[in-house]
Design a protein around this ligand. Structure first.
Ligand code: PFF
Length: 446
């Protein structure tokens, strides 16, 4: 490959970028967290609040991250350095790389579980014998199988990333993200036609404005941030592969709309299913690996719908995982001069090793290890999602708001829009990020 071809291989096409960024943002957060918090904090009223948070906080930070990436044309750390000439800011970039690396280490564990459940559901093994799905999950997670699935995910992500931006990341997202939507709609039709589906829809969407309060606002804000994959250099790294002629403002809106659409339909899949079988809705592991399998086990062709549902979870997790892994891989290439292939395989291997104790601490041999009452797995989650990600988001916001003068030009904003964006980044967003940080870490109560 000559230099020109090499450069083209490291750039997204316009639609490839949008689909890949949607692939990053649509993840387990959309599938098992968003529907639950919406149901819990006020249905359609919360949904409106979430849209406001997405617009006021999420999109401005998303635009800032992508502009920094494209303006600085480099990995998280290099881009900050190129734009500011300061080692101080490149150290913050490095901090995001570390955050992404740590998140990837345990995200691959959860992604691996979804693959196992997909295989067990399609083969029907999941529904044989003991109908206690809680116990089934515990016995699976406490064994060594999760390590195998975790390795499969790391290998698959490494293989996609090794193929490059155009030939790997973009190509897979272009197939998986539309495919995802088709399966999601099939499952939505199935779940909306179940007897008693209306109760689930009403739990999910019945507007209850009396439940909106400071807590629901902070939950919505925190989720808007997580859902758009902000604060860990992910959108920044993807932004560095965007061509100059593409409008970042329009791309942010498309990504925000895509994220919302997938989350909304996920809610219409999950609640009608859970409610029509009289099960308790919950979030996270309990919802996906315990409540839903119980529902699928009672449904005609449940193995098929269950298999499709876990395939969705696996795709959601996989396209997000690719974007997370790309952050440290881009860093290794830019900073240490490694080839893409070498960086992909070495980073994947080290990430796998760092994630092994996380995999073994969910009921497995390391479950009794705890620091401050948290297992290794919980600690990973807490430190990265609640401490490192908000800090990373804060740096991006302050950098684009106060330090880098060319931010508005790179973002393609002028006049009133530029004014609104800059002041959101300078004042409103930092204050809100700090409030969410204090709330999620338990430093303030509301
Ligand atoms: N946005 C993903 C979700 O909603 O599940 C999670 C995520 C992916 C967070 C990539 C951060 C990231 F860099």
């Amino acid at each position: 490959m000559d230099k020109q071809e090499e450069k083209a291989a490291e750039r997204f096409t316009a639609s490839g970028f949008i689909l890949s960024a949607i692939g990053s943002s649509v993840g387990l957060g959309n599938m098992w967290k968003f529907p639950y918090i919406t149901g819990k904090y006020g249905g359609a009223a919360f949904f409106l609040l979430f849209i406001c948070c997405l617009v006021v906080v999420g999109l401005p930070v998303l635009l800032a991250e992508m502009a920094i990436g494209r303006g600085g044309r480099g990995s998280a750390s290099k881009a900050f350095y190129q734009l500011s000439g300061s080692r101080f800011w490149s150290a913050f970039g490095l901090f995001s790389v570390l955050t992404a690396f740590l998140i990837m280490a345990y995200y691959a564990v959860v992604a691996g579980w979804t693959l196992h459940y997909m295989a067990e559901s399609f083969t029907g093994l999941l529904f044989r014998g003991n109908p206690d799905f809680k116990q089934k999950f515990v016995s699976f997670a406490s064994g060594y199988w999760p390590l195998l699935w975790q390795a499969v995910i790391m290998l698959a992500c490494g293989a996609v990333i090794a193929k490059g931006v155009a030939g790997g990341i973009e190509r897979f997202n272009k197939v998986l993200i539309p495919g995802f939507l088709i399966i999601l709609v099939v499952l939505m039709i199935r779940s909306l036609t179940l007897r008693g589906a209306g109760e689930g829809v009403s739990f999910f969407l019945r507007p209850d404005f009396s439940r909106l309060n400071a807590e629901s606002a902070l939950v919505a804000l925190g989720h808007a941030f997580f859902s758009l994959s902000l604060g860990m250099g992910c959108m920044l790294t993807y932004g560095s592969y965007v061509r100059k002629e593409q409008s970042l403002g329009r791309a942010s809106m498309a990504i925000g709309a895509g994220d919302l659409l997938y989350a909304f339909i996920a809610g219409l899949v999950i609640f009608p299913t859970v409610f029509s079988f009289g099960l308790e809705p919950g979030e996270g592991v309990g919802l996906a690996f315990m409540a839903l399998p119980a529902a699928f086990s009672q449904m005609p062709l449940g193995f098929l719908f269950g298999g499709l549902f876990f395939a969705l979870l696996a795709i959601a997790a996989f396209t997000s995982a690719i974007s997370i892994l790309e952050v440290p891989v881009a860093y290794a290439m830019g900073q240490w001069g490694w080839s893409r292939r070498r960086a992909s395989w070495i980073v994947s291997a080290v990430c796998f090793l760092v994630g092994v104790p996380a995999a073994l601490s969910v009921g497995g041999p390391l479950a009794s290890w705890s620091i401050g009452g948290k297992t290794y797995f919980d600690l990973f989650d807490f430190v990265t999602s609640y401490i490192m990600m908000p800090l990373g988001g804060l740096f991006v916001t302050l950098f684009a708001g106060y330090v880098w003068r060319g931010a508005g030009r790179e973002a393609g904003l002028t006049g009133g829009w530029l004014f609104v964006w800059i002041w959101l980044l300078r004042l409103v967003v930092p204050i809100l990020i700090v409030l969410v940080f204090l709330y999620t870490t338990g430093l303030i109560r509301v």
